[in-house]
Design a protein around this ligand. Sequence first.
Ligand code: ZN
Length: 362
Amino acid sequence: MKLNFDFGKFTEFFKSNRFDIISWSVTALLVAALLGSTLWWTQSGSASPATRPEPTVSPNQNQQSVTLPPTSNNGSTDPSIERELQLKTNIPERPRFTAITYRVVRGDSMFGIAKQFDLKPESILYSNKDVLHDIPELAPGMELTIPPVDGLLYTWKDGDTIQKVAAEFKAQADDILNWPGNNIDLTDPKIEPGAVVMIPGGKRQLVDWTQFIPAYTRGSGSATSTLGQASCGGGPAGPPTTWPTNGPHTISGNDYGPSHQGIDITAPEGTPVLAAGNGVVVYAGWNNTGYGNVIMIDHGDGYVTVYAHLEQGSFLVKTCDGVFAGQQIASADSTGNSTGSHLHFEVRRFGQTLNPWALGLQ
Ligand SMILES: [Zn+2]
C-alpha cells in the first residue's frame, strides 16, 4: 500500500517534472565527467613531471639569435681582443709539431719571420744551413724550413743514438724522445737513418761571419792577410764614430744579435752611405755570400766596418783608397740576398763583431 502510494506519487512526480529531471541528470553526468577527467589529468601530470629539458622545438620557434664575434675588418671597437689579419702566412693556431716551409717575400727579415712564428732567429738559421749558410741575409723566393719550436731539425745518421745527438746539440734526450712530431715508439725507441728529427732546444755553432769577405790588409807592410791578398799602403785611421747614413737610424730588418752580426739600417734606394770613421778601403766589390756589393773599411787598431747590399755602380771609392769619417762611399740598395733596400752595417774588431748600437755613433 505504502509502496504503491509512493510509486504512484513518484510516477506522477516524474511525469510532471521529467524534462527537469532529465536535464539535471545530464548536467550531473557532464559535471562528473569533467571532474573525473580533470582528476585523471592532474594525477598523470604529477606522475611524469613535464620539466624535462627539451631540444629546440623547431627552427622557427624559440631560437636564440647568436651574434658572432666581430673580426678586425668589420668595425670591431675593442682593440684588446682584435685579431690582426695575417696576410702573408697562415700560422696554425694550435701547437705545431712538424716543420713547415716558408717562402721569403719582399720586405721580409730573419727577425720578422722569427717573430711571426714565435721562434728565435737562430732557430731558423740552424735548420736552413743549405739555403742560408748561416747568413741571415734573405732574398725573395728563398724557401726556408721553419721548425715547430726553438731548436733544430737534424737528419739522423747511421750509428746515431738519442743520447749522442742530444749531447751534440746541448739538448735533452727526453725532449727528443717525447716530441710528438718525432713519432718515436717509446717502447722501442729506434730512429731510422735519414729521418728528420726535431731536437727541441738544440743549438749549434753558427759559422763565423768575419771570414766571408776576403779583404786586403791595411798597410804598413807588416800585416799579411791569411787570405793571400796583397796589402794596401797606409792611410787615415780612427775608430768608427759616425753613423753610416744621415738618419733615420732605425732598423728596417734585422737588429744585432746572435743570428745577425750587424744591423739593417733603414735606407731607401739611393741613400748616401758614409764612412763610419777614418780608414782605408780594404774591399770594394761583389760578394757571393749574400752581401751583394760590399765595401769594407779598415780603421786601424783592429777596427773594420762593413757596408752591404750597395747599389750597383754607386761606388765612389776603390780598394786601398783612404776615406774620412762622414765621407760618402756609395749608395744604398738591395743587391745580394736582400728583400728590400737597406744598409747592412757591421763593425768588427780583431775579427769579432761588435754591436754598433753600443759604440755611441754620432
Ligand atoms: Zn743584414
